[in-house]
Ligand binder design. Sequence first.
Ligand code: HXC
Length: 257
Amino acid sequence: MSHQTILVEKKGNIGIIQLNRPKVLNAINRLMVDEIVEQMEAFDRDPDIRVIVLRGNDRAFAAGADIEEMMNDTPISFELRDPFAVWDKMMLIKKPLIASVNGYALGGGFELALHCDLIIAAEDAKFGFPEVKLGVLPGAGGTQYLTKLMGRTKAIEWLWLGEPMTAQEAAHYGIVNRIVHPKLVEEETMRFAERLSKQPPISLRLIKEAVNKAVDSPLREGLQLERKNFYLAFDSKDQKEGMNAFVEKRAPHFKGE
Ligand code: HXC
């Protein structure tokens, strides 16, 4: 399928989506969100793919939602178009999603990275929510994700001032998983993705579901889901393989079955 705003590639078991509107620092327009999510869903269904990587280019992961496209929106145009329904679909992706961030990850670009399970960032990457300077606020989950990750005290300060945070600050607050030299971001992302691609895929998805449950539900509900998923894992061939490999003192080979 040909796309206008993204580039798509498969490297072994890894599906890569590259945001591709370089002239506007990968500003996210409506078509781009549609194309990203459609492609994530296609990779999620593709039995050859085990991990999905989302990346931009050297200058920007994405500098936010496309301001020119959005500037004449009204409450009613939003209500009728329901632009966040497609964002919500990202939360249903079951395979590991890794954001690989060079340069700017601002506004909707930061929110896109926060919809991923892991963020690998360049040392000089810049994260932030500048929406306040446009007289608005984040709309694709930024206030919620940031507050849950860093706590209210610091989140409200970042959101009110709208200044970018460095990758080091983002790492300090538990927002990014790894920071590396800008030239090594792609390599580190692929290394991480390959490592994950060798883990048992069914365990990974059951863990993702349980961890996501922990974020927004009472402990008892999370414990119930974890238990159900633990039982479910024992119906997979990979559980037999993993445990047999252990007692036979050999490396396991997981097939995702
Ligand atoms: C549309 C954008 C854009 C954006 C950059 N561009 N960001 N176009 N929407 N979000 C365009 C510029 O207009 C310019 O186009 C080109 O990209 C290069 O940008 P420059 O500003 O010339 O680059 P630079 O001086 O290096 O500054 C980089 C920057 C700045 C600091 C990232 O571009 C900037 O502040 N961008 C806006 C960031 C922002 O406010 N993001 C939040 C958006 S609101 P031309 O044609 O002049 O070359 C949002 C709400 C999310 O995200 C809601 C939920 C989805």
